[in-house]
Write a protein that binds this ligand. Sequence first.
Ligand code: ZN
Length: 453
Amino acid sequence: MRSKAQVKQSILDALERRRDEIIAIGEQIMQEPELGFKEFKTARRVVDVFEQLGIPYRNGLAITGVKGRLQGVRPGPTFALLGELDSLVVFEHPQANPETGAAHACGHNAQIAGLLGAAMALTEADVADAISGNIVFFAVPAEEYVEVEYRARLVEEGKIEFLGGKPEMIRLGHFDDIDMAMMIHTSSDKDMIAGIADSSNGCVVKLIRYLGKAAHAGGAPHKGINALNAAMLGLSGIHALRETFQDGDTIRVHPIITHGGDLVNVVPALVRMETFVRGKTNEAIQDANEKVDRALKAGALAIGATVEIQTLPGYMPMANNSELATTFKENVIPIVGEDKFTQGGHRTGSTDMGDVTHIMPAIHPYIGGAKGTGHSAEWHIADPELGYLAPARALALTAVDMLYGDAEPARRILESSKPLMTKEEYLAYQRQVISTETYGDQVLSLACSGKIG
Ligand SMILES: [Zn+2]
């Protein structure tokens, strides 16, 4: 059998041969951004590469997901490499889709390039006879928790149950045959050329409707109930509560108004809002969530309006596996240098990779190559070597480290780390988050009687 060093060298050689192709995939996806649960063209690109490589796959999972498998000659653990298919909406982005505003302002295009690059290299290097177990290449939909009303409709139509791609994949059983997982997110942070945090925030997601009563805004406002004023008081209540949030809980509440009224000369009878409530632990999120509900109700009470508060499962806080993180670090330091690697700390964003880290050993590290603030019009891949090729290399080499020979490192991690939740406990936790509460005594009018109208 080839030594591990020989196998790793053939992976590096394969990546060198496929260099231009991998970069082109990343750039093509950048030009063709698609929002979550609608990533049909991007999923097609994944399928095309799997077919070209002869990797058996299943597609259409949770609408657009694609899962390929490289089987080792000996049985052993299954290690999944993940890439996220979806984009954001940033209308001002130069490469945004002019109709939908979809734009890759978070680097998920580079994730798919990295994933497919790893698939090419591991296949060409013929690692099957050098490993025990399987490597799964998993392109997953809808990491960005956006278009909440659209996805809530998909839920009502029975097309999905959870609004994020990985929770939905977990529910459908597509993680059942996976023992451990990793993905690599792009970073545009000049202080993080490569790195991994210990944790990141989890969240719940809320859809809010204030219902008032329309009336002539000039002639007879006293006959109306101003839903916008109720909403503004609700928002003020949330802001007044911020001093009660503990620094250590890293609470983030960031509401937006998605509908603020219909006509300027009519007292607003319907206002819609969305918000996340994020925090470091599920307990902290729950505590802040109760306060937010109280504030929202206070706005309705003051004005005599009615508020309907719908709370949906968001994402779990992240708990990166430290042993997997160390193996990633060993594989990325030769690319970036030891002094450019940052480790530890807490991040205040949220991702559904947190959900995966709750049920199995998994990591969500970062590699640079991007410039511009994430989720902004300036975001782009400035260094294709680092942005597209380095993740392919780190994914492929980490997989080999885990599964080479009798897959001892993977087996050791699986024995020593107990998941925070079983799949069943995780699903039960997310389902108990779901609630709809109405405060106030208005009967929902016909025009806004749809659940999320
Ligand atoms: Zn992202």
